[in-house]
Write a protein that binds this ligand. Structure first.
Ligand code: C2E
Ligand code: MG
Ligand code: MG
Ligand code: MG
Length: 280
């Protein structure tokens, strides 16, 4: 009987697998079309200075305007883009678009403004990555100091041999480097110490149950204290409530991102928000 059950389980498994493979191939095919037809759009989520409440930067987050499914979030297509290698051309599009729009903001508002862009391992390992970055900064005339590149701990762990020299080159160009989803990977503190980073983005899983959860209180205040004494900038992700905001600013955290301040916005909404700040 156990054997029968096992065989049935196996059959379910294979048909699920086929379905998964088919869906993946469909997504890949659609992604190629999407790239060609300009179906991607960048949304921007403000990064807030917790003491002044003002926007100091924004993170570019890609969205897919799917012809039938509407607006699709990155969680649903970034994995397929990574597996298929399409993340390389998609990432190039994200980088140039984010730099171009950030430069437009700087020029039209006469203000400082930085933009963060998420990088995948595949992109960072792409041999043309650094020359492409040079070209993008040149054609958009975005000062490299205005660009923050975000990499997750797991990206860094994937290829730690080659990754550090590449990150050092990014820093030499003048770009900033942030570790995204900090605290969810397995990197050791001694490894972190070797990385040429400027900032840590504390993963929102630690923020979700603040300020009630005692462990999360301990973890976030420890990360913030550590980052401050190592002179890293800390950005806390996923701030949704006033109580979380208060706890984090009491901890000495300087920057935050989250629905409490703003959801990710289309570029024109972001511009309008910045304009409201300066307009009489
Ligand atoms: P991430 O880089 O950690 O981005 C933050 C995610 O948290 C965003 O989800 C954002 O909408 C969400 N978020 C922000 N504030 C809150 C909040 O207060 N509460 C909650 N519940 N969520 C909040 P999104 O836009 O769906 O992006 C998910 C992930 O997809 C990103 O995580 C990033 O890893 C990846 N991603 C997005 N755009 C790109 C891209 O252009 N390239 C690559 N390689 N990855 C990207
Ligand atoms: Mg990010
Ligand atoms: Mg994150
Ligand atoms: Mg994340």
């Amino acid at each position: 009987q156990a054997k029968d059950k096992g065989r049935n389980a196996f059959q379910f498994y294979t048909s699920d697998m086929n379905l998964a493979v088919e869906q993946r191939l469909t997504v890949e095919r659609e992604l190629r079309v999407a790239l060609k037809n300009g179906q991607f759009e960048l949304y921007y989520q403000p990064v807030i200075d917790l003491t002044t409440g003002k926007m100091v930067a924004a993170e570019a987050l890609v969205r897919w305007n799917h012809p039938t499914r509407g607006l699709v979030l990155p969680g649903e297509f970034i994995p397929a883009a990574e597996d298929s290698g399409l993340i390389v051309p998609l990432g190039k599009w994200v980088l140039k678009t984010a730099c171009y729009q950030a430069r437009l903001i700087q020029k039209s508002m006469h203000r400082k403004f930085s933009v963060s862009v998420n990088l995948s391992a595949r992109q960072l390992n792409d041999p043309s990555f650094l020359t492409n970055l040079d070209r993008v900064l040149e054609v958009t005339s975005l000062p490299p100091e205005s660009l923050v590149l975000e990499v997750t701990e797991s990206t860094l762990m994937e290829d730690s041999e080659n990754v550090i020299p590449r990150l050092e080159k990014l820093r030499l160009k003048g770009c900033s480097l942030a570790i995204d989803d900090f605290g969810t990977g397995y990197s050791s503190l001694s490894y972190l110490k070797r990385l040429p980073i400027n900032s840590l983005k504390v993963d929102r899983s630690f923020v979700k149950d603040l300020p009630d959860d005692e462990e999360d209180r301990a973890i976030t205040s420890l990360i913030v204290a550590m980052a401050n004494s190592l002179h890293y900038k800390v950005v806390v992700e996923g701030v949704e409530t006033d109580q979380q905001h208060r706890f984090l600013s009491d901890c000495g955290c300087h920057f935050g991102q989250g629905f409490l301040y703003s959801r990710p916005l289309p570029a024109d909404h972001l511009m309008a928000m910045l304009f409201d700040d300066v307009a009489p």
